[in-house]
Ligand binder design. Sequence first.
Ligand code: UT7
Length: 340
Amino acid sequence: MSLSNPVYASFRSIGAYVPQKILTNSDLEEMVDTSDEWITKRTGIKERHIAADDEYTSDMGAKASQKAIDRAGISKDDIDLVICATVTPDYFNMPSTACIISDKLGIKNVQAFDISAACSGFVYLLSIAKAFIESGMKKNILIVGAEKFSSIVDYTDRGTCILFGDGAGAAIMSATHDKSESMIDIHASADGSYADFLMTPAPGTVHPVSQQVIDEGLNFVQMKGNETFKLAVKTLTKDVIEILENNHISSEDIPHFIPHQANYRIIKAVGDALKMREDQVVLTVGKYGNTSAASIPMAINDIYESGRLKYGELMLLDTFGGGLTWASALLPFAGKTIES
Ligand code: UT7
């Protein structure tokens, strides 16, 4: 790396995959004591997509990745790092889902690993990609947020089963010397003292697989919904205000505010606090539910495929999830505008 010709990380393409099967609110009315009216009013979710039994996180991740690679106009052989953010890996210990995705895409002899940051996973990946690229270590990084969340949801627990869905999103982050394509800022943080707000107790070293795990359903996601909700609104708002202030950018100047899609009420509260107009806020929670690490890239893909996201336009990403973790990023879209 030369100081006279610095290298920057740019967001070069986006792709996503959504499984075919749809689980609607009326389907859930048949499964737990809930109603379409309650779910719509409290969350804004109408439906979510669920992967087939033999469709795994890596399958969804590989499909999203292939689109991102094609749209970046590069070959799979140009990729020098693959990282996947997921809390629903194909295998809980090893191999990593990133290794399996690489194999499915025919990407050989390249560093590949997973990260665990729950719903903040994709924005965490952006910070990792930025560090690898701007240090000169890597040039084209495939980052993937993929979740088969249905595999850890207890479909008898109305407090969680109405929220989550499956899917994947992927992006190519590339080195550039063009500063106008560079990620402007990124902030990622965590506070493990809130670990029990959102967790899957097993399997792990605390609760290795046992009959007790099965009997008590410790392999399913558990959430203190209301406490998480309140902290999410507070943290997300503070984080976005800080990143905008630090970079002397007004919320009015953000064409695409892309928050984590957990609950419409959280998004609305944060958007209102920032005085965002409706047309600035990207909303996909109604049709996908909360897809954890896949939520933000699936939302970016949505506005990309509908022609709303154009080369050079600013994206403000903001996310919050288990850990607890949170992160925000300010960056231009440096991919080709889709041809309509
Ligand atoms: O992605 C990572 C971050 N995750 C989140 O951000 C999720 C944050 N949390 C939420 O989205 C909301 O807290 C929920 C949607 C999960 C719950 O909404 P809430 O407004 O916080 O409801 P609550 O938990 O305070 O429960 C209110 C009432 C309770 O009944 P009582 O005790 O007042 O009689 C619940 O039992 O609503 C009841 N309830 C339901 N009723 C019908 C909870 N879930 C349901 C349901 N259908 N599915």
